[in-house]
Design a protein around this ligand. Structure first.
Ligand code: NDP
Length: 498
């Protein structure tokens, strides 16, 4: 009897491991992030715009912004709000959504799903789960992306910048953002509710994420309760979709490229040419995304897949934040074209390639080592054999810093922002050509740097915070072995400095 109880207890612990402390400031932090970040996305969309400028010029003169005209009955706040609404082209709350955008978003997700099911795929096993088994993953994001991009290239060749996909995206930018934010909220709620059907000993290898079942509804909904939520699509051969890896790689990541391309088309539509700065941003970010698709199995050893549950944090990050915030530079350049010239292009390109080399080589090294620790190609590398059974590399890339891959990623982020130089523009009606507007930098040089370089700053914060979370996870997992690793490899991200 006692043994039966112990077995049941063990099974329960496996699907529902002991919860650990809060991250992201606990329930209060989760609430603030879940409300604040969507508002942040709208702030970027409206305050850097094609109506008055980037940023809206009124923001540069806060005293005047909050001072209503003499005979006005408005308070300072009311005046500021109405001025900003005018300068941002505020469409009203109902204007944030449109039927066209809802249908377009449904078509986009539907297409992603259809290609996932129908195109030939590599079936790959994930890392070992706590419960012992391994999940099967279906990978074909690279061919799906190629098919979509080649179709769009053919459409652009035939119709130029008037290809309907690009005009649709540019016409519905804000409404598409709203759709993706709503999907994030709905999806997070769906997987949260469904996570309560995870039972000990289930045959589908479902388990809860260690950090995702604190018992606090808001926090668990935010951080993700179930580790690998999956659904079978009944009308598509019952194909299983791993919701987390699907959302991580498909609609949002490729959506980022599609947004960039639509901004490129818009620049061409307005000016009749595409600048080298626009090419730099779109091509380098497209390579980053296509690389992630090509190396798709590498996602299996990332923290997102092995450790984090799927909740609002990942849903919103994948579907709204990544495509709409990471494309801010291309959106900026679509209105204010910048020509860099060969010297600046060469300099920015070398930053990009340097970062890419560190990023790709280090991630590949760890991925190969984790997939096959006895790979003869890695025989020259030193490692620590830990008591948990895993080995930790102590030479090669992972001997330089404990997250050297983050450094490469961050260096690349410079190359995405630098093409916007000292950003800032103002739009004024043209006197010479009535009905058209002039884009000038008058009094705006550098004013949009917080917008076009936001990615750089945000990414540094994300990577340092991620490094701290991973450090905690590894310390929990490896105990004294991790301390030994830290002694051998003392730097976290930047060798010799941090
Ligand atoms: P990592 O790929 O760095 O994986 C961390 C895990 O690697 C640890 O938890 C540990 O897992 C294992 N590990 C740590 N040290 C060693 C070692 N010495 N030898 C072998 N294994 C080790 O983490 P991420 O998932 O955060 O990042 C993956 C990539 O994705 C990065 O390049 C990152 O820059 C990028 N990224 C990009 C984002 C974007 O928005 N563009 C967002 C987030 C990440 P274990 O030992 O349990 O296997």
């Amino acid at each position: 009897m006692a043994t039966k109880k112990a077995v049941a207890q063990k099974a329960s612990e496996l699907v529902q491991p002991a919860a650990h402390g809060y991250e992201f400031g606990g329930p209060i932090g989760a609430t603030l992030i879940s409300i604040g970040l969507p508002i942040g996305c709208y702030a970027f969309a409206f305050l850097c715009n094609d109506v008055s400028g980037c940023p809206a010029p009124a923001l540069l003169d806060p005293i005047r912004l909050f001072t209503p005209p003499l005979l006005s009955t408005q308070s300072g706040w009311q005046h500021a709000l109405s001025t900003l609404k005018t300068q941002a082209g505020w469409p009203g709350v109902t204007g944030l959504l449109s039927t066209e955008a809802v249908l377009g978003t449904a078509a986009w997700y539907g297409l992603s799903l259809l290609l996932y099911v129908l195109l030939p795929a590599r079936e790959v096993e994930g890392v070992q789960l706590r419960t012992g088994g391994r999940l099967q993953y279906r990978f074909n994001s690279f061919t799906s992306a190629l098919l979509i991009l080649v179709t769009c290239a053919a459409g652009s060749w035939a119709r130029g910048s008037d290809f309907p996909v690009w005009t649709f995206i540019n016409r519905n930018y804000v409404q598409l953002l709203t759709c993706n934010i709503l999907i994030s909220y709905l999806l997070a709620t769906y997987v949260y509710l469904r996570s309560f059907s995870v039972k000990p000993g289930n045959r589908d290898q479902r388990e809860l994420a260690a950090g995702g079942h604190s018992g606090n509804i808001i926090y668990d909904w935010f951080i993700g309760r179930e580790l690998n939520p999956r659904i079978a699509i009944p009308f598509l051969n019952n194909t299983t979709v791993d919701i987390k890896s699907f959302m991580e790689l498909r609609p949002g990541l490729l959506g980022w490229v599609m947004l960039n391309l639509s901004f490129m088309a818009r620049q061409h539509h307005s000016y009749g040419y595409v600048t080298d700065a626009m090419y730099m941003v779109t091509v380098s970010q497209a390579i980053y995304v296509l690389d992630a698709f090509y190396m798709e199995p590498a996602i299996l050893t990332t923290i997102d897949i092995t450790t984090d549950g799927f909740g609002f944090m990942l849903a919103f990050g994948d579907l709204a934040w990544v495509p709409f915030i990471y494309s801010l530079q291309a959106r900026y350049l679509s209105v204010h074209p910048i020509i860099l010239g060969p010297t600046k292009v060469a300099m920015i390109l070398s930053v990009q390639l340097f970062g890419y080399w560190i990023f790709r080589a280090s991630n590949n090294e760890k991925n190969r080592f984790r997939t096959n620790p006895d790979d003869p190609a890695l025989a020259h590398l030193k490692y620590i054999q830990t008591q948990s059974g895993s080995r930790l590399l102590t030479s090669g890339w992972w001997g330089k810093a404990r997250h050297i891959n983050y450094l490469g990623d961050w260096i690349m982020s410079w190359a995405y922002c630098l093409p916007t130089l000292l950003a800032g523009y103002r739009l004024t009606p043209s006197i010479l050509y009535p009905g058209t507007r002039l884009v000038t930098t008058d009094g705006m040089v550098g004013a949009a740097v917080p917008v076009t370089y936001f990615y750089l700053l945000y990414f540094a914060v994300l990577l340092v915070h991620r490094e701290m979370r991973d450090e905690e996870k590894c310390r929990r997992k490896y105990g004294k072995d991790w301390d030994e690793y830290c002694k051998k490899v003392p730097y976290k991200i930047l060798p010799g400095v941090y």
